[in-house]
Design a protein around this ligand. Structure first.
Ligand code: SF4
Length: 377
């Protein structure tokens, strides 16, 4: 009909069933990579006017589809918010420099709260008119950034681009900080870690991994400024039973999965400690991609898991463990699950957890951990 009506081209998108809370991420903002490609292909086979493919397309999918004449053009939304220079970088064969979209849905969630567009990975979005954002520094300073998570790496990157002499110190052997466990739970987060690390390696930034920031070490360097980007200091709530051997707090869980927390590992049976030791020794636990795959086969975590705390970390951990066959119950003392997540991502995660049988309890009180049960009201 559109062709007969004189359309010059067709952009092939879709609509979702608004009766479901994940409707928006089914369509038009499809969560599935390349989710609308079959529609574009069918339209191309039936029509003679140019077909524009859209919907979470990765570059390799786009190249492949164009080469196979499955469609004629590609349109991108989120990827261009994350990096408006994407087309130029593709043309210049600099695809490794493209800042990745991590599909966190923060940008589109702004629509629902009537706020201006922002992006989790591109702080310049909506601020492009301010050409002083990354102006060159008048005077080059010696700066130490402590912490190799996304915040520390972004700070080091921007400072180096402004002409400062930057050293980044990270106590772990690998870049990413707590974003490493976020990348385990949600793969796109890992792309940001890799991009930031790659950008830092290309800049004159001195990267020191496995370096603990002590007062003496900092004084010995005599820096002009120090940026502390070590993230939040977390304390587990005082829940009866929290010191039992089968209970791990968030930091211990991270240390367990990456084999970096000897205290948490000591809580495990000897054979699990040995397996983690071997995996760490073989460098397997340093690769997030490998760990995502292998954790489907084995993890030092038993079948039934209760997660106390249904914030962002709790629900993403529930998602990760449920995908690996664990029976999950989430207990959240507050009235809402994951209020820190963007509206769109939150709707999707909670819907998917329910669909997969995860028990989600809000308003949980009087929580007490016993040897084989967790009691709550
Ligand atoms: S806010 Fe998130 S989803 Fe939106 S463009 Fe940025 S990284 Fe992508």
């Amino acid at each position: 009909l559109a062709e007969q009506a004189g359309a010059d081209a067709i952009d092939v998108s879709a609509y979702g069933n608004v009766g479901k809370s994940i409707a928006f991420t089914e369509a038009p903002l499809v969560h599935e990579p390349g989710g609308f490609l079959p529609f574009a292909k069918k339209a191309k086979a039936a029509l003679s006017i140019p077909i524009i493919a859209v919907g979470r397309l990765e570059l390799d999918q786009a190249e492949k589809g164009l080469a196979a004449s499955d469609f004629d053009m590609v349109a991108m939304g989120r990827k261009l918010l994350a990096d408006p220079e994407l087309p130029g970088k593709v043309m210049a064969d600099r695809t490794a420099d493209i800042r990745p979209c991590i599909y966190c849905y923060i940008c589109v969630s702004q629509i629902f709260i009537n706020q201006p567009l922002i992006c989790a990975v591109n702080p310049r979005l909506g601020q492009e008119h301010r050409d002083d954002l990354i102006a060159s520094a008048g005077q080059s300073k010696k700066i130490i950034v402590i912490g190799g998570g996304p915040g520390g790496m972004e700070a080091a990157r921007v400072l180096a681009e402004r002409g400062h002499r930057v050293s980044l110190w990270e106590k772990d052997k690998d870049a990413g900080g707590t974003a490493r466990i976020a990348a385990l739970a949600y793969e796109p987060n890992g792309r940001l870690i890799r991009w930031l690390h790659g950008q830092l390696k290309a800049l004159p930034v001195e990267l020191q991994f496995g370096k603990l920031a002590t007062v003496e070490a900092i004084q010995a360097e005599n820096p002009d400024q120090v940026i502390v980007a070590t993230g939040a200091a977390r304390t587990a709530p005082d829940i009866p039973g929290k010191n039992l051997p089968h209970v791990f707090d968030g930091d211990q869980m991270r240390g367990l999965l990456f084999g970096t927390d000897p205290v948490a590992m000591k809580k495990l049976p000897a054979y699990k400690q040995f397996m983690l030791f071997c995996a760490r020794h073989l460098q397997i636990l340093r690769s997030i991609g490998l760990l995502r795959v292998l954790s489907h086969v084995w993890m030092p975590i038993k079948k039934k898991v209760v997660i106390i705390g249904g914030g962002l970390v709790g629900v993403e951990l529930a998602e990760f463990l449920q995908e690996r066959g664990r029976d999950i119950t989430v207990l959240e003392p507050g009235a809402n699950l994951a209020p820190e997540l963007s509206i769109v991502r939150r709707s999707r995660v909670i819907y998917m957890l329910r669909e997969h049988g995860v028990a989600l309890h809000t308003g949980a009180s009087s929580i007490e951990i016993k040897d084989s049960v967790v009691i709550f009201e």
